[in-house]
Write a protein that binds this ligand. Structure first.
Ligand SMILES: [Ca+2]
Length: 422
């Protein structure tokens, strides 16, 4: 029994000896005796390193002192792509997956590729495409305009047709001939004008002549047609001219073609009657346009037409309906628009209207009625000259109804609506 007791106490002593031997063999102290791990990390003695920290979720680093940011910080997505982590774990030692949600116009795993928005060749009529972020820009050759250069900005603005009133035309000087009996005023500078005195001509003493048209609002001009005239059987015309334009009638800019540092000199006429067309490329956007003769033959004499369009463009798809087409009996004062009426010579109030088209019909009709009850638009005063009315403010509409208010002879109308898609 005693042996067995001895041997038991001996084995205890042996274990204690073993423990002391092992403990004295370790470097001083337990590396985890003081927990070096921050943020609640668990310290375990390491092999090779003194200790290892096992970090709780959301922390990383050797001592759990770094806030774990996940795979989206820093953002691996380029070009403002939005990074979204797809993994559930936020552990730093786990590879977290992410996806990049790219901004329009970019693609690739990291949105690194700028999509070529010009690949589909969106520019028509010789327009040059420039790739943008999720978009493109067409540089259109005159007279084409529009997002795709699909529109032709070639309306005759009314020097010949009369859409431009006399009051809109002014000049630096006026020549009087035949002992002052003939006045070559600027209001005569209309293309193909007939008569003995049928053009504008600058006074002989005018060293800096010009003629100016006020379009009454900002327009896009894509070209000019010029023509001389003859006086007493002698041809007079402008051989070369410059063009100036202004938005406010005070500050004028001489026209230059792109990349040129000199005023552009346009080649004008060579005789008294043939017309010469010059395009503005790029177009001029202005309210006032001034033609400045540089070289004249005998006198600076001019008949002209301006080519261009409204900035908002012309509505090309116009579907017409009328309350009643032309009948012999008296017709009610309601709506009358019809392409059939285009052949009549009579005219009517309120012709050319400007609006922007869209979809909400009921709202639009109400809006239009408000407009019409609030204001009666001035219409025509003869059978040919255009009358333009502007909706201020413009409105969105699918249907537009013109209500004749007063008319001469029969209700007859030719019209154009101006506006744009937005
Ligand atoms: Ca692009």
């Amino acid at each position: 029994i005693s042996l067995s007791f001895f041997s038991r106490s001996n084995s205890v002593r042996l274990l204690m000896t073993l423990y002391l031997t092992v403990a004295s063999a370790l470097p001083a102290g337990d590396p985890c005796e003081v927990n070096m791990c921050s943020n609640g990390g668990t310290c375990v003695p390491g092999t090779g390193t003194p200790f290892i920290c096992i970090c709780p979720d959301g922390f990383s680093g050797d001592t759990c002192n770094e806030t774990e940011t996940g795979p989206c910080i820093p953002n691996p997505c380029q070009n403002d792509g939005v990074c979204e982590a797809t993994g559930h774990s936020r552990r730093g030692d786990v590879f977290n997956e992410y996806v990049c949600k790219c901004q329009p116009g970019y693609e690739g795993v990291h949105c690194q590729t700028n999509v070529n928005d010009c690949a589909g060749q969106p520019c028509e009529n010789g327009g040059v495409c420039r790739d943008l972020d999720g978009d493109f820009k067409c540089h259109c050759p005159s007279p084409f305009v529009g997002k795709h250069c699909q529109l032709r900005c070639i309306s005759l603005l009314g020097m010949e047709g009369g859409g431009i009133a006399e009051s809109q035309i002014s000049a630096s000087s006026v020549r009087y001939s035949l002992l002052g009996l003939q006045r070559w005023g600027p209001e005569l500078a209309r293309l193909h004008k007939k008569g003995l005195v049928n053009a504008w001509s600058a006074a002989a003493h005018d060293k800096n002549p010009w003629i100016q048209i006020n379009m009454q609002r900002k327009m896009r001009l894509t070209g000019i047609v010029t023509q001389g005239a003859s006086r007493m059987g002698s041809a007079e015309f402008i051989k070369a001219f410059k063009v100036a334009s202004s938005l406010d009638g005070k500050t004028y800019t001489m026209y230059r073609t792109e990349g040129q540092r000199k005023d552009h000199v346009f080649v004008g006429n060579v005789d008294n009657d043939s017309t010469k067309t010059n395009l503005f490329d790029p177009p001029i956007i202005a309210q006032y346009i001034r033609i400045v003769p540089v070289v004249c033959r005998k006198a600076c004499t001019l008949r002209m037409e301006l080519v261009g369009c409204e900035l908002n463009g012309k509505l090309t798809q116009m579907l017409l309906s009328v309350s009643s087409p032309h009948q012999k009996k008296k017709i009610k004062r309601t709506l009358l628009i019809s392409d059939k009426l285009f052949i009549h010579e009579e005219f009517l109030l309120a012709t050319t209207l400007i609006y922007c088209s869209s979809m909400n019909m009921s709202v639009l009709i109400i809006k239009l009625q408000v407009l019409l009850t609030r204001s009666i638009f001035p219409g025509n005063s003869d059978n040919n000259v255009h009358k333009k009315n502007i909706f201020e403010p413009a409105f969105y509409s699918r249907y537009v109804r013109i209500l004749p208010w007063e008319w001469h002879e029969r209700i007859t109308l030719r019209m154009e609506l101006l506006g744009c898609d937005e």
